[in-house]
Design a protein. Structure first.
Length: 264
């Protein structure tokens, strides 16, 4: 009798297979949800990083007569903008986005706080400026009359004065540029622009969080946007004709360029 009761309590092979199949189905459903939740958490951390860096820029701006730091940082001494802002942030790991997994090798370059024979301390975030890619109608690549300086809130020779930005709430100041050499002691990649190949590549800044990324605006706030939203015409841009010398490339150089251009 006892043997019969023990047999009655045991699971059959079919029952075990059904349970295993149910667990497998639930796992297949839930794992992507967990992955999305993890990415959402990293997105929140990234947004917090951008916001804190924006606050550092605002404090720097207050101390330096309404001037933004120039991204490449050559003035009285060579310090890329992340090192210029460091006294207000004092948190080097904050400069690396939680989804920036680039291997940067050993630390190279010089400057304040640089170390030797250590893994490079990564930097993800860059300022809205671009190395001149074309000359204007007067043949100028650099200088306050160049297209890059007219557009950028952070141009050095165009005076990176925050009060020169008419629409601070809709002008990009900070955007991500993750790559293999953007690091604490290296000035490369400290600038960014919507047309950079690195910004648009797989793993680049434009799509760090599926369809978009977090941006810092000139008024100090940070928000998530997709790249297309940043290129929508702002203010007077909608009626401003494309310059005759603007590159004939509607994909990589659309006109107007929305929040990347301070002229609004």
């Amino acid at each position: 009798m006892n043997k019969a009761l023990r047999s009655a309590r045991a699971f059959t092979l079919i029952e075990l297979l059904v349970v295993i199949a149910i667990i497998a189905i639930l796992a297949a459903i839930l794992f992507p949800v967990f992955a999305q939740a993890k990415l959402a958490a990293k997105k929140t951390v990234d947004l917090s990083n951008v916001k804190q860096l924006q606050l550092g820029v605002m404090m720097y701006d207050n101390d330096y007569d309404d001037a933004y730091p120039f991204c490449w940082g050559w003035s009285s001494q060579w310090l890329p903008w992340h090192q210029q802002i460091d006294p207000y942030v004092k948190n080097i790991p904050m400069w690396l986005s939680p989804v920036d997994n680039w291997n940067r090798g050993q630390e190279t370059g010089g400057g304040e706080g640089c170390l030797n024979n250590v893994p490079a301390r990564g930097v993800t975030y860059s300022m809205n400026y671009t190395e001149p890619s074309f000359a204007n109608s007067s043949g100028q690549w650099w200088g306050p009359s160049s297209e890059q300086c007219l557009m950028s809130p952070t141009c050095d020779s165009g005076a990176p004065i925050s009060t020169n930005v008419p629409s601070v709430a809709t002008t990009i100041l900070v955007a991500p540029r993750p790559n293999w050499y953007h690091q604490w002691c290296q000035g490369w990649a400290t600038e960014n622009f919507f047309n950079y190949g690195e910004f648009n590549m797989v793993g680049g800044g434009a799509t760090m969080f599926n369809n978009g990324t977090n941006y810092g605006l000139c008024d100090g706030h940070a928000k998530f946007m997709n790249k297309g939203a940043t290129l929508v015409a702002q203010g007077d841009q909608a009626s401003t004709p494309m310059p005759s010398y603007w590159p004939n490339d509607p994909v990589n150089w659309p006109w107007p360029v929305g929040m990347w251009d301070k002229r609004q």
